[in-house]
Design a protein around this ligand. Structure first.
Ligand SMILES: *Cc1c(COP(=O)(O)O)cnc(C)c1O
Length: 425
């Protein structure tokens, strides 16, 4: 066996399929969100980031940075060990209380990432339940799929957001059998939202547990930023709410919130929780500051929604193939992996705009796209600049425009400009 050759060929395979990933070398600039420095070989240039999951710019909010600096100054950089060995650092205790309150749950448990929280919690819950059947939405995130796989439990995949299909699967199982429905609230590649109340109804009817991933909603939806379940008053009907501290909250880590019994079982049985070093106190303190801020401030949520709506309107009016989305996520269809990568490269090279290409397996083949995430800091001027850059790129590379009649295009061009206050930056 020639080991080096083997791995080289594995990489060649990705090149052949045009889905080899290259990461840009970026340095974000505090106070100037969404601007960043891009280093390309010996050159460096300032660019605008249009695809950040720091959805509200909280990663550079002064309160969040101050909390991080203060905790690091007082308590040092690391946690000093697993929680089993080093105990709970105090900021982590505060963070978990804050999260339990955010979701109206008895308790919460923090992990080192959202990925680990899904993998550890789903696998542990489904492994502990005897003969558990997992019902999993077909578009669930890789971390949830990993949790399902690791559990060793039987699984049935239901068609995306398809209640009739979910019900037919539930109805086919013996009523007394343990069942766990795992799904997301906001699906991050299409920006659509699941029918949470209807899924909760089915879970009640068939006595199933519910596990919802609110990673792309926490901080951004609901009057206190508790996610779509907060907005729709459904959190109390979910057995487990999972979220991340790394996207809208702008730091790092993941968590689950639920009843004492369920959360304590995961704490006590999940290797992915037990055998890894805890989140550093500075990160926990920063996350708490961010959550507290967003519990009390609606401004960021409103501005994000306004700018996302405006971006959708402006890009659609220009004939760009904006995919339908109910949320802050604005996917623009390219439909080809090579063109998608080329479009991304051209936007960066020529226009100083960074949007990473989204290719298979993150999305199905043929639906390759650019995924735009406007934030409160993407002003109307930046949106107009994005539109011009995308138009130039679409024309230069021959990417298909939206299939629209001339009448539709003409009427959608008569959009009323929104009045947007500058959200600072
Ligand atoms: C990003 C993501 C995660 C993982 O969260 P991290 O904190 O980044 O590890 C989990 N679920 C979904 C749907 C995600 O998009």
């Amino acid at each position: 066996m020639n080991y080096q050759r083997f791995f080289e060929e594995a990489i060649d395979q990705l090149h052949a399929e045009k889905r080899y990933r290259v990461f840009a070398n970026l340095e974000r600039i505090v106070g100037r969100f969404p601007r960043a420095i891009w280093r390309d070989g010996g050159d460096q240039r300032e660019i605008t980031v249009w695809c950040s999951n720091d959805y509200l710019g909280m990663g550079q909010h002064p309160d969040v940075i101050a909390a991080m600096q203060q905790a690091a100054g007082n308590m040092g950089s690391g946690a000093g060990g697993t929680r089993n060995i080093s105990g709970n650092n105090h900021p982590l205790v505060e963070l978990e209380a804050e999260l339990a309150d955010l979701h109206g749950k008895e308790t919460a448990l923090v992990f080192t990432s959202g990925f680990i929280s899904n993998e550890a919690a789903i696998s542990t819950i489904a492994r502990l339940l005897p003969n558990c059947l997992i019902l999993s939405d077909e578009l669930n995130h890789a971390s949830m799929i990993e949790g399902v796989r690791r559990s060793g439990a039987e699984k049935k995949i239901f068609r995306h957001n398809d209640l009739a299909h979910l019900e037919s699967l539930l109805a086919a199982v013996a009523p007394e059998r343990a069942k766990l429905i795992v799904f997301e609230s906001v699906y991050s590649m299409d920006g659509d939202v699941s029918p949470i109340a209807a899924i909760a109804d089915l879970a009640e009817k068939y006595n199933a547990m519910t596990y919802i991933d609110e990673v792309h909603a926490v901080g951004m939806y609901g009057p206190r930023g508790g996610g779509i379940t907060d907005r729709e008053g459904q959190a109390h009907r979910m057995d487990v709410v999972e979220g991340t501290l790394a996207k809208a909250f702008g730091t790092l880590g993941g968590y689950i919130a639920g009843t004492r019994a369920v959360i304590d079982a995961v704490r006590s049985y999940a290797p992915g929780f037990i055998f890894t070093t805890a989140l550093p106190p500075a990160i926990a303190a920063a996350a708490t500051a961010s959550i507290r801020h967003l519990k009390n401030s609606q401004m960021e949520r409103d501005a994000q929604q306004r700018q996302a709506r405006r971006a959708k309107e402006v890009l659609s009016a220009a004939g760009l193939p904006v995919m339908p989305s109910e949320t802050h996520i604005v996917p623009v269809l390219v439909g080809d992996p090579e063109l998608c990568k080329k479009a991304s490269d051209r936007l960066l090279d020529r226009h100083g705009i960074y949007i990473q290409p989204i290719n298979y397996p993150t999305v199905p083949r043929g639906t390759e796209r650019l995924r735009v995430t406007p934030t409160p800091f993407h002003t109307d001027e930046l949106i107009d600049g994005l539109k011009d850059a995308l138009l130039e790129t679409w024309e230069a590379l021959g990417i298909p425009f939206a299939q629209k009649t001339r009448e539709e295009r003409a009427s959608s061009e008569r959009i009323v400009p929104l009045v947007v206050s500058k959200s600072g930056g």
